[in-house]
Structure formats: structure tokens, C-alpha cells
Unconditional design. Structure first.
Length: 265
């Protein structure tokens, strides 16, 4: 996701590039959730962070040790819709409890089901699993709206559809919450394919697409998005709550139209 930001910026003319602002957070307001881990377990922790000094935390990040690189890396960050943080359970010494994010029968949904439901929100508007797994929240309703807006985006001149895509980022992280459920942080990948309805039309790439499409009109364009998601999951069979997600376009491709086409979609 970070690399794609650089790629997109490098595709813009110098006059259109905004000055780079390093992302940082207010250390004094950071709230750390450090799980007590047994020997041999993957070492990681979550942090609630604020990007503005003096403001309450508004994003959740996961930092994981990368032994092969001999360093720690931020592997996920999600912007939250609310500054009211999930109630993570802490022991007497202030440690959080890590629980299994995948194949966890003690939770109403694991990371795989949550990922499937998020993808369904984009692909069908939540018809199959999205609205069954998730209670309505700002984040889940926003994903459903992305789907519904795409359906009418081009009118009768084209279509815009979503689909799941191969996901390289299958690692997921979960912390026990005070109600016996879990806060689950995971990632997903989806595509959006825009296509003209018939010959004689073309799609003109936007300036943000220049790095991948080089201002060449297309008959169709497939965008790839990598996203980080955060959800609270109950211990019993009740709907989960999607509390935030953050996406970045990481690729765009598509065939160019024949030279004689001139109308624009």
C-alpha cells in the first residue's frame, strides 16, 4: 500500500505532486496492546494511535517482528470510524491476551469469514454474507454504498463491478475483548473492473491512474485494491461489527481501444 502511494505520485507531473508529509503519531497519546506470548510464538502488538497531537486515537496499527529482517515493521494500519476504542481485556499486569484469528471455534466469526463478508459487501452489496456476518456500522454501510454507487456510475455507457482477488496478505491478528469476544485485524484484496457498454466508447484514465495506464484510453480498466480491516467479534452467535477499513489502489491495467474510437465514457 505504501509502495503504491509512491508509484502513483511518481506518475504525476511535478506540478501536480503534493509535498511528501511523513506519517507520524503522538507518542504521548498512543495506547499499546501488548499480548503476553509464549516462547516460540510470533511476536507482535497492536497500538491505537493519533496522527494529531492532543487528539484521541483514531487508527489501529499492528507491529510485528520480522526475524528475517531483524527488525519490527508496521504490517497493518486501519483508520477507525469512531474514537471509542474496543474494550480489549487486560490482565493484572496490563498485558493483552492474543487469541487465534483463524479457525477459532470460540468466536462467532474468524478472520476468513470476516474477509469473505467484507468482499461480499463490495461484490454484491452484502447480499450473500456481508449483511449476515456484520451488524450495520459506518464502515460496513460505506462498503455497501461503494457497490451501489458503482452500479450506476456510467449509466447506460458502461459497467463497474467488483470481485475478490488473490490475497498475498493472509496474516491476521486478534486480541481478546472484555466481553469474551475478540478484536480482529486482517487484510483483503479486491478488484474493480470498469468497462464500456459497446464499441465506440472509451474510458479516459484519471491523472491518478497515469503511473499504470500512461494516459492511454481503454476499453476496460481493472483496478486492484489492497485493504486493511478491523472488526470486533462476539464470543456467541451474534453479528460482528466492522469498525474501520483502509484501502489503497495498488495496480491498474486494461486493453486500449482501437484507434478509430472517439467517444468517452
Amino acid at each position: 500500500m505504501s509502495v503504491s502511494d509512491y508509484t502513483e505520485t511518481e506518475g504525476l507531473p511535478a506540478k501536480d505532486r503534493e509535498p511528501y508529509k511523513p506519517w507520524s503519531y503522538d507518542l504521548s497519546r498512543a495506547k499499546l496492546y501488548i499480548p503476553r506470548l509464549a516462547d516460540g510464538q510470533e511476536r507482535w502488538f497492536a497500538a491505537a494511535l493519533s496522527s494529531e497531537k492532543g487528539k484521541a486515537p483514531s487508527r489501529l496499527a499492528v507491529f510485528a517482528e520480522q526475524p528475517q529482517h531483524k527488525r519490527w515493521e508496521m504490517v497493518s494500519v486501519v483508520d477507525l470510524d469512531s474514537q471509542k476504542l474496543p474494550d480489549v481485556a487486560l490482565d493484572r499486569e496490563g498485558y493483552a491476551t492474543a487469541v487465534a484469528a483463524d479457525d477459532n471455534k470460540q468466536l462467532a466469526a474468524d478472520a476468513d469469514l470476516l474477509r469473505t463478508a467484507v468482499l461480499d459487501n463490495f461484490v454484491t452489496g452484502g447480499t450473500n454474507t456481508g449483511t449476515k456476518v456484520f451488524a450495520p456500522t459506518e464502515a460496513s454501510k460505506r462498503q455497501v454504498k461503494v457497490h451501489s454507487d458503482a452500479a450506476t456510475r456510467f449509466g447506460d455507457k458502461g459497467t463497474s463491478v467488483f470481485d475478490g482477488a488473490d490475497n498475498r496478505f493472509t496474516d491476521a491478528y486478534a486480541l481478546k475483548t472484555a466481553d469474551g469476544g475478540a478484536l480482529v485485524l486482517f487484510s483483503h484484496t479486491h478488484t474493480q473492473t470498469d468497462a464500456v457498454a459497446h464499441s465506440g466508447l472509451q474510458i479516459n484514465p484519471g491523472k491518478g491512474d497515469r503511473a499504470w495506464l500512461h494516459d492511454v484510453p481503454r476499453m476496460s480498466i481493472q483496478y486492484t485494491f489492497v485493504c486493511n480491516d478491523a472488526a470486533t467479534v462476539p464470543a456467541k452467535a451474534e453479528p460482528s461489527r466492522l469498525i474501520g477499513y483502509t484501502c489503497a489502489r495498488t495496480d491498474a491495467s486494461g486493453p486500449p481501444p482501437v484507434a478509430s474510437w472517439s467517444h468517452h465514457a
